[in-house]
Design a protein around this ligand. Sequence first.
Ligand SMILES: Nc1ncnc2c1ncn2[C@@H]1O[C@H](COP(=O)(O)OP(=O)(O)O)[C@@H](O)[C@H]1O
Ligand SMILES: [Mg+2]
Length: 155
Amino acid sequence: METTTSGPEETRGLGKCFGELALAGLVVLLNGDLGAGKTCFAQGVAMGLGVSAETPVTSPTYTLLNIHLGRLVLYHFDLYRLSQVDDLADLGYDEFAEGEGLTLVEWADRMTDALSASLSVSIERIDEDMRQFHFEAFDSRGGELLEKMSRHCPS
Ligand SMILES: Nc1ncnc2c1ncn2[C@@H]1O[C@H](COP(=O)(O)OP(=O)(O)O)[C@@H](O)[C@H]1O
Ligand SMILES: [Mg+2]
């Protein structure tokens, strides 16, 4: 599935729609260069899960993982500074990924081998405000979500 957004509000809107439709246990890989809009999309997902606006969603660049409570628990990873796959294991990545929450992984392509996911979201910067989104499903759960998105989310 492909779509574009014009500006951060539209990206948050897309993420919000994704978060509203998301099912427990999904692992979502978020890829794209610095400033592509991965965190912006994650902010929308948090809104869609009903995470309180009092706990702002920012890149967990130094902490590697931020946890937010919503309709589902949001495990928000950022692997930008991850040096070894062991660090991810130390955080308990496998438990989160196999649990009932929603796992979002920024810079997942740094560690693809270690991650099994239902879908990926790749964001490409077209110009200052335009972003191209490419959604790809890896299993039936991911496929079902993309199918629902294509019917319910603005494009
Ligand atoms: N369509 C868009 N979608 C997302 N971000 C956008 C868009 N247009 C401009 N921006 C800007 O790009 C930046 C994206 O930052 P961020 O989400 O932190 O990126 P990343 O997490 O991928 O490094 C923000 O400054 C945002 O305002
Ligand atoms: Mg980020």
